[in-house]
Design a protein around this ligand. Structure first.
Ligand code: NAG
Ligand code: NAG
Ligand code: NAG
Ligand code: NAG
Ligand code: NAG
Ligand code: NAG
Ligand code: NAG
Length: 462
């Protein structure tokens, strides 16, 4: 069964308006086609006429510039990029290209963006890429490359690199963490670094702490050990920290509560300037990179109490603390996270009651504390009326109507004496809150739907 592999090729040569296909593009495409070693006989490419926009598998935009090519993948190393001197962007994502990244790519001195994600490329990132001085976007996610340390030593020379997606690209190697990276002042324009799903071993590398513009750090699904460094809290631009599913231990440092981009509206969390129009022009690019502001440390070996300082991160929309060994009580301060849409604290050893104050989180649409050691009555009202019993299961001492378990009146009275008096507004404001809750819920739901949309579009870029 032949598969049609789609790749987008943007050739940005001189911007003369042509009524039919540009001669240079025409010739480049032809030479490209000839260099693919195994043209599949099932694809009857029909590239004989002058106007390459009419060729089968070729799509042009209204200015007769080639925008899409639909041909089969093959041995990518056989492609000679050298005639395409003005090439600025290549998107060969999701093809079946095999082999090494061609060195001829480095001859395209104007290259700004390369996406070769979702292929079966092997070998290493060619050293000559260090010479691509305009280079700002690279996605090689989901290939079979090796030598991640070497890759970072090369890419650190690309001064303009701002987006680096290397998810699922390397396998079972040490985290790039050598003195070379720490002592060179590189990656100063890097804004997104995604290095998830590579089974990397070692500690969170300290050179990352020097990346003043880094906004998104994704180290999820690796085998990273050690503690969460305190310096992460001083990164000035960071607003997405994803270190889900690693082997991190120790406490969640209270310094995380200092993350400026999650505290202050002044911080620039707009990633839309990083989306180039050649990617997913069917989506609005200002949405493409509109990632939910999140801290995700789930599925690690973290322990100790949840720091109250998390409550400072008022711009946070997602907080995943699940499946660790956190103990102590749920900090009341979490109720200051008024933008929170998702809060997952399941699978820990949390004790005490669920703070009533969490009812203030009007946008919370996903909440779970399942499988802890919590006790007492589940708060009623607000978004809590929308959570089902699965949010609370696995806490034998919790009670409330959602669990169809009545709370013993005596235990409530006893506990209240131990607790500081609840803020007065809690009780008197109940009736005020009931109307906005419905609104909060629907707006919250809308936001979640939209952010799911963004996330799936981001997946495409990967
Ligand atoms: C190939 O292109 C020629 C000229 O444009 C056209 O006449 C012919 O029908 C095309 N054949 C196929 C199979 O598309
Ligand atoms: C790859 O392309 C196929 C067919 O065009 C599509 O069904 C699939 O969703 C794509 N996968 C990714 C990860 O883009
Ligand atoms: C982070 O990495 C995971 C895989 O570990 C991937 O599923 C996710 O899309 C990545 N997110 C970003 C923003 O790159
Ligand atoms: C974080 O990692 C999880 C697990 O790999 C993934 O599902 C999620 O999309 C990631 N989120 C971001 C914002 O990177
Ligand atoms: C983000 O920046 C782009 C241009 O870089 C601008 O058009 C857009 O309005 C900004 N979006 C927000 C939400 O600030
Ligand atoms: C939480 O666990 C730590 C050990 O990780 C222990 O020292 C501490 O006493 C525990 N605190 C509570 C409140 O259970
Ligand atoms: C949760 O609720 C569903 C129906 O709403 C019920 O069938 C199920 O038994 C409940 N589970 C628990 C653990 O209470």
């Amino acid at each position: 069964m032949p598969i049609f592999f789609i790749f987008f090729l943007f050739i940005l040569i001189s911007s003369v308006h042509a009524l039919s296909c540009n001669k240079l593009e025409h010739d480049s495409l032809l030479s490209f086609y000839k260099q693919i070693s195994v043209p599949s006989p099932e694809i009857p490419l029909n590239w004989s006429s002058i106007d390459c926009c009419k060729w089968e598998g070729v799509t042009c935009n209204p200015e007769s510039r080639v925008t899409h090519l639909s041909i089969s993948g093959g041995e990518i190393a056989n492609l000679d990029f050298s005639p395409l001197k003005k090439l600025e962007a290549i998107d060969f994502g999701n093809n079946s290209f095999v082999g090494n990244i061609p060195v001829s790519l480095c001859l395209c001195r104007s290259l700004i963006a390369v996406r070769l994600a979702y292929n079966q490329l092997t070998g290493e990132i060619p050293a000559c890429m260090a010479g691509l001085k305009s280079f700002s976007h690279l996605s090689l996610s989901y290939n079979f490359l090796s030598n991640v340390v070497g890759a970072f030593r090369i890419l650190i020379r690309c001064d303009h690199l701002s987006v680096l997606f290397l998810t699922g690209c390397f396998n079972d190697e040490p985290v790039p963490n050598d003195g070379h990276l720490l002592h060179l002042n590189g990656f100063q324009n890097l804004q997104i670094l995604s290095l998830g799903e590579c089974k990397l071993k070692g500690e969170v590398p300290s050179w990352i702490g020097k990346l003043k513009k880094l906004k998104v750090l994704n180290l999820s699904y690796n085998q990273i050990t050690g503690t969460i460094p305190k310096w992460l809290g001083s990164m000035p631009s960071l607003f997405v920290l994803n270190i889900t599913r690693n082997h991190l231990t120790g406490e969640l440092p209270r310094e995380i509560g200092n993350l400026n981009a999650l505290v202050s509206d002044d911080a620039d969390s707009n990633l839309s300037n990083l989306a180039l129009p050649f990617l997913f022009y069917s989506l609005q690019y200002n949405r493409l990179f509109n990632l939910p502001k999140g801290i995700k440390v789930g599925n690690n070996g973290l322990s100790g109490n949840l720091p109250a300082e998390l409550g400072n991160l008022r711009l946070l929309t997602e907080l995943d603390l699940n499946d660790n060994y956190f103990n102590g009580s749920i900090p009341n301060e979490l109720s200051r996270l008024v933008n929170l849409e998702k809060l997952d604290m399941s699978g820990n050893h949390l004790t005490g009651e669920i703070p009533e104050s969490l009812k203030k989180l009007h946008f919370l649409s996903h909440f779970t504390v399942a499988n802890n050691d919590l006790e007492g009555e589940i708060p009623k009202g607000g978004q809590f009326d929308t959570f089902t019993n699965t949010s609370f299961e696995g806490n034998p001492k919790l009670c409330g109507s959602v669990l169809q378990k009545n709370c013993p009146p005596a235990s409530n009275g006893g506990e209240d004496e131990m607790l500081p008096p609840a803020p007065e507004e809690e009780e008197s404001a109940t009736s005020l809150y009931t109307i906005p809750f419905g609104l909060g819920y629907s707006v919250g739901f809308f936001v979640v739907v939209i952010s799911l949309l963004f996330r799936s579009s981001l997946k495409c870029f990967n």
